[in-house]
Design a protein around this ligand. Structure first.
Ligand code: NAI
Length: 344
């Protein structure tokens, strides 16, 4: 089987080569992101493999169909970059539902600690032999309240980590997990209460119509003054312009962002020699209390290994059975795990 692998990076290759070679799958690594202009590169291949910033919209789905390509293997969990409604009946969409919730949850805590203990400032100072402690005062996490939006795989690991620090947890989820609420140190509450009572707010829900700009100007207005916002989920959960205003007005005490709404053309690439056109991102990055990483939370050896193993497994299962438990599809107005391929 030959697969066109879009938006390929050097760190993708070792694990995909290893699992591909062991299972008779050849990956053609293409640096281009998948979109309407590049989809033609997939001609002659049996399927395509795509990542978070590839665009699988109607024109791309139509062109794949014309080239008789019926399977898209996403090497990520989220599928907000795929027009799932249009893909229904045209393209089988396979994904990696979980590869390492620890990678993302641990990165979230790394960002939080870096921010509130000013490690990013101290690191630069000590490299310049500046050992002054002025303006490096942080605060203890112990006893603070963290609000976790989305208590799925990653949110739950993050909650465990926060509990290790002695934090109180408020949780909000559209579909709460009955076993999670201890009534004491972890409590499900409505979103408004979570916003009002949290010292730290961490987003771990998917990007959907419901969650687009979940954190906008009105939500920030309901937050505690000085709240620390963590977003390692999807950029468009946060209205970046409202966040910038919140930082300027001091309502937001700090923000740590691994994702950004307009990251598509920027993240994963070296733009250091270019003039950044995005004024909101440039201004956010210029703030002393904002830390931005470029969609890096997933990037651990363990996660890369699991992503390659599951993606290859998905392609093999699909080739053998014409269906795959990790297929997602559009049914009754929402996207869900397909399990048996019956809704294609
Ligand atoms: P999951 O599917 O296990 O959990 C998501 C949770 O969000 C579920 O409990 C679900 O009920 C909840 N949810 C759905 N709609 C909601 C709403 N409207 N309001 C509140 N909660 C809602 O997903 P997982 O694996 O925990 O991943 C979470 C997100 O993390 C993904 O959707 C993805 O966007 C992001 N992610 C980011 C990565 C990175 O490198 N920065 C890597 C992997 C995932």
């Amino acid at each position: 089987m030959r697969i066109a692998f879009f938006d390929a990076k050097p760190y993708d290759r070792p694990s995909f080569d290893r699992h591909g070679e062991a299972n008779g799958i050849t990956f053609k690594y293409l640096e281009a992101k998948l979109n309407e202009d590049t989809v033609g590169l997939a001609r002659g291949y049996d399927g395509v493999c795509a990542f978070v910033n590839d665009t699988v919209d109607r024109p791309v789905i139509d062109r794949l169909g014309e080239m008789d390509i019926r399977v898209l293997a996403l090497r990520c969990a989220g599928f907000n970059n795929v027009d799932m409604q249009y893909a229904n009946g045209r393209l089988h969409v396979l994904r990696v539902p979980a590869y390492s919730p620890y990678a993302v949850a641990e990165h979230t805590m790394a960002l939080l600690l870096t921010s509130i203990r000013r490690i990013h400032k101290a690191y630069i100072r000590s490299r310049d032999f500046n050992f002054s402690l002025s303006n490096l005062t942080g605060f203890d996490l112990h006893g603070k309240t963290v609000g976790v939006v989305g208590t799925g795989r990653i949110g739950r690991v993050f909650i465990d980590i926060c509990r290790g620090f002695g934090m109180r947890v408020l949780a909000y989820d559209k579909y709460p997990a009955p076993d999670l609420d201890s009534g004491d140190t972890i409590r499900y509450v409505e979103l408004d209460e979570l916003l009002a009572d949290s010292d730290i707010l961490s987003l771990h829900c998917p990007l959907t119509e419901d969650t687009y700009h979940l954190i906008d100007a009105a939500a920030l207005e309901r937050c505690k003054k000085g709240v620390v916002l963590l977003n390692t989920s999807r950029g468009a959960l946060v209205d970046a312009e409202a966040l910038l205003e919140g930082i300027k007005s001091r309502r937001v005490g700090a923000a740590c962002l691994d994702v950004y709404e307009e990251e598509g053309d920027l993240f994963f690439e070296d733009n250091s020699g270019h003039i950044l056109e995005d004024d909101v991102l440039a201004r956010l990055i210029s703030m002393p209390n904002v830390i931005v990483t470029s969609h890096q939370a997933f990037l651990t050896e363990e996660a890369l290994e699991n992503i390659a193993e599951t993606t290859v497994g998905n392609l093999l299962t699909f080739a053998k059975n014409g269906q795959c438990p990790n297929e997602v599809c559009w049914r009754g107005g929402r996207t869900e795990d397909c399990k048996n391929g019956t809704c294609f």
